[in-house]
Design a protein around this ligand. Structure first.
Ligand code: FAD
Ligand code: NAG
Ligand code: NAG
Ligand code: NAG
Ligand code: NAG
Ligand code: NAG
Length: 515
């Protein structure tokens, strides 16, 4: 797999940056190569065109390492220059400048993008972080969010003003990075996915035109932005529904179980979720198979966390079946919503959010837990503790189970998000040390084994890969939906709104060569 990525990199170095065919002749000033972009030159030229608040720097700058840091170092985009737009209007100016100079561009916010296609990028990173403004509308039913808004700050700012909205569960993830691919989070049971709550978007297209996308303006594109949005444009701001914040405290309960409880735990989980009828306020639970050295290094353990939107008394009615399974450790409490991410180990400074590791991932979408398959997966982990201990210590096998009422209530045809029938989202995630091809091969073998066991546990269902969790090696149907009309419609939008295929780095619908 890695050699495939290296090949992409070589191709990128050779061809992506200078895509001569797409430059109108009259824009070509003097012939010059952009293989090694001169950041001082970009600073001068682009600085002159954009607002005073734009920030531009290259690899020599102190800010560069943090600006290009990313969660997964498996397939890293090559960033020659970092440009931080200070105003929404800068984005269109940047894109036009890039086009006139045959430079590829990529919007980046939380830096958690995962797919291998990101490794084909070589050019200017448009770092969205400064566009993080939140503007609550007078009726208190929606707010405009800048294209650089992130889950953690959005949650905290809204909560203090009495509101919540749909964000990802991890504080570090971009509101739009997640939302353009659907966006799972703690309010999806009550209110739907992030994409379900998008009212309108300000979008800069591949040719630099800034357009409004909503129910009456480019409504065809609104459909595509809700689930496949990374393919079509840069969102400079988005209007999303917001909601009264609800109960002052949420109840959380975390359990650690030893492997001998696996059958009891998954059987209880299936009863609890009741075939997609998870109690709506039992908003979020997820669990990991992992090694917890404070319990034992000889076997993986089952760690599970539940978050309930309401009191302990209400939550405990639903949790009784889990309390009945003897745990190795547990903790619980009542806390404001803003502290739930920390309690569930998904806060900005928690391990799951930390950048800089090479991670080998696979994903699957399930309706039920197949207990036979889960036992196979757990035993496979147990085996690796002996055969590949360095891999086992950095591996998490994540199982997510949100309440899904409002997700299921939407008509699946109304947006590009294709997987409303999946009730559970899985992620295999192994950290491998750098420059260790043997261990990386072993990680891939393990990653695929687990994915196949998940899918083998539901032999009559299609293989689905949530686009935001995809590693990029999946088929288009696996990422964008198996109904042939979906991909047809997405390709039509691509031809209409991004003919030159400028947005081809995040699970692209159309390959590098374009139409
Ligand atoms: C630790 C972790 C936790 C996660 N938790 C969740 C979760 O709770 N729920 C969930 O649904 N997903 C989750 N994900 C998956 C997440 O949705 C994707 O990784 C997503 O791509 C991250 O967006 P980002 O802005 O953080 O990353 P980036 O790498 O900055 O962005 C990813 C891609 O999104 C596009 N993009 C970003 N901003 C914009 C913009 N303003 N306009 C246009 N395009 C843009 C670009 O193509 C970019 O390559 C998680 C991932 C990780 C690694
Ligand atoms: C869509 O945007 C246009 C242009 O800004 C605006 O006139 C129209 O009212 C918007 N429609 C909706 C449904 O918000
Ligand atoms: C869920 O929580 C909301 C907010 O507290 C409450 O109004 C609603 O009745 C609860 N629903 C159920 C089914 O418990
Ligand atoms: C490991 O177990 C201890 C209890 O023994 C707990 O405090 C800690 O949170 C656990 N760590 C993880 C990552 O689950
Ligand atoms: C559960 O998984 C096993 C092993 O892959 C498979 O043989 C079985 O058919 C699955 N059960 C169901 C109900 O799908
Ligand atoms: C940019 O692309 C859009 C969508 O294809 C098109 O409508 C618009 O006219 C283009 N703008 C320019 C300046 O070419």
């Amino acid at each position: 797999m890695r050699s495939l990525v290296s090949l992409f990199w070589s191709l990128a170095a050779l061809g992506t940056l200078v895509d001569a065919a797409s430059i109108p002749r009259y824009f070509e000033r003097q012939p010059r190569t952009r293989h090694n972009l001169d950041s001082a030159l970009v600073q001068r030229e682009l600085g002159e065109l954009a607002s005073d608040s734009i920030v531009i720097f290259g690899p020599g700058d102190d800010r560069y390492p943090e600006a290009i840091a990313r969660w997964n170092m498996f397939a890293v985009p090559q960033i020659q220059v970092v440009v931080v737009p200070g105003e929404e209007s800068d984005v269109s100016i940047i894109v036009k400048y890039c086009n006139e100079n045959s430079i590829a561009f990529l919007a980046i916010n939380g830096g958690h993008g995962n797919p291998n296609s990101l490794g084909t990028f070589n050019g200017i990173q448009i770092r969205m972080e400064a566009l993080d403004n939140i503007d609550i509308q007078p009726d208190g039913k929606s707010a405009w969010f800048g294209g650089g808004a992130r889950g953690g700050p959005v949650t905290k700012q809204l909560w203090d003003l009495g509101y919540v909205t749909t964000t990802g569960s991890c504080e570090c993830v971009g509101l739009l990075g997640a939302g353009l691919g659907g966006g799972h989070g703690r309010h999806e049971g009550p209110y739907g996915m992030i994409s379900d709550n998008i009212r309108q978007l300000n979008v800069v297209l591949g040719n630099g035109s800034a357009i409004r996308v909503n129910a009456t303006s480019h409504s065809d594109l609104l459909w595509g932005m809700k689930g496949a949005g990374h393919n079509f444009g840069i969102v400079t701001s988005a209007e999303l529904n917001i909601f009264p914040r609800g109960p002052d405290t949420w109840h959380y309960h975390n359990y650690l179980w030893r492997g001998d409880k696996l059958e009891a735990v998954f059987s209880a989980l299936n009863d609890f979720h009741d075939k997609g009828n998870t109690p709506v306020n039992m908003t979020t639970n997820f669990g990991n198979f992992l090694v917890n050295a404070s319990i034992t290094t000889d076997e993986p353990i089952i760690w599970w966390t539940f978050a309930y939107r309401g009191t302990a008394a209400e939550a405990n009615k639903h949790l009784a079946r889990f309390d009945a399974i003897e745990s190795a450790y547990e903790e619980s409490g009542d806390i404001p919503y803003t502290l739930v991410a920390k309690a569930q180990q998904t806060a900005e400074d928690d391990f799951i959010c930390l950048p800089g590791n090479i991670r080998i991932t696979t994903t699957a979408g399930l309706q039920l837990y197949n207990i036979t398959a889960e036992r196979q997966i757990f035993d496979g982990f147990q085996r690796r503790i002996t055969t590949e201990p360095e891999l086992a210590v950095g591996c998490g096998i994540l199982h997510e189970g949100y309440s899904t009422e409002a997700v299921g209530a939407q008509n699946p045809a109304d947006s590009a998000y294709p997987f409303r029938a999946d009730h559970h989202l899985m992620l295999f995630d192994a950290v491998v040390p750098p420059n260790n091809p043997a261990l990386e091969r072993a990680a891939w073998e393990w990653a695929k084994e687990v994915r196949d066991q998940w899918n083998g546990g539901q032999p009559t269902r299609p293989v689905n890969a949530y686009v935001n969790y995809a590693n990029g090696f999946e088929t288009l149907e696996e990422k964008y939906g198996h109904e042939s009309w979906r991909l047809r419609r997405l390709r039509g939008l691509k031809a209409k709104y991004d003919r030159d295929n400028k947005f081809r780095y995040f699970n692209p619908i159309v390959g590098r060569r374009g139409h």
